[in-house]
Design a protein around this ligand. Structure first.
Ligand SMILES: [Mg+2]
Length: 210
């Protein structure tokens, strides 16, 4: 089927993991969990690793199992105002996105304010028709099927006609399970045995546009 749309993940997809932004987010999440749950760092990380198999994000886990309700306080702690300061405008990325023959959007498990900061720092904010964040998705993030279906419905698009790119294997396989065309971006060659389409750099996407 002819492709109509390209849906991008945001973090570690539109910028490289080597900037360490996601590592810093992970540290802030761990600090938050230690304070909120009153457990050691080791216990917190072990619990999170085990329970996150069932949820798209840490916030979803906290809300479902730990009685957590203060979404805004969580986001303020995890995504402080200066979090994207290590990023800089990316003219090559901008040129690449502008060269794509299809409209593009973003499906992220982060909140909108985080997405806006990142996109402004990279100077690509104007290149996306839609940004679907975790609030928009009712705090049910990728890889849940609902997250993909809601975005596709808003786009008037189908999995078969929408290319989706993400750096997390379970997000991509979740999309492929719906019949979607999913591509894993694996810049650091962390998943050499991944059995589905995998690219090392975004510019390889052009090979999938037909
Ligand atoms: Mg990502």
């Amino acid at each position: 089927m002819t492709l109509h749309y390209i849906l991008f993940d945001l973090d570690n997809t539109l910028y490289s993991p080597r900037y360490g932004l996601e590592l810093n987010v992970g540290r802030r999440i761990a600090d938050f969990l230690v304070a909120y749950l009153g457990l050691s760092l080791e216990e917190v990380l072990a619990q999170r690793r085990e329970r996150l198999q069932h949820y798209g994000t840490t916030l979803e886990w906290l809300m479902a199992e730990k009685g957590y309700t203060d979404i805004e306080a969580y986001y303020e702690a995890i995504h402080p105002a200066g979090e994207a300061d290590s990023l800089a405008p990316d003219p090559a990325l901008r040129a690449f996105l502008e060269s794509l023959p299809l409209p593009c959007g973003i499906l992220t498990n982060s909140p909108r304010e985080h997405a806006d900061r990142i996109l402004q720092r990279l100077d690509i904010a104007d290149l996306f028709t839609h940004i679907f964040d975790l609030r928009w998705n009712g705090f049910k993030g990728k890889p849940h099927a609902e997250a993909f279906h809601r975005a596709l419905q808003a786009l008037g698009s189908l999995p078969e006609t929408t290319l989706f790119i993400d750096d997390i294997p379970r997000c991509v396989t979740g999309y492929c399970a719906l019949g979607g065309q999913g591509i894993l971006l694996d810049e650091e060659n962390a998943y050499p045995g991944y059995p589905h389409p995998r690219i090392r750099h975004l510019r390889e996407l052009t090979g999938f546009l037909h």
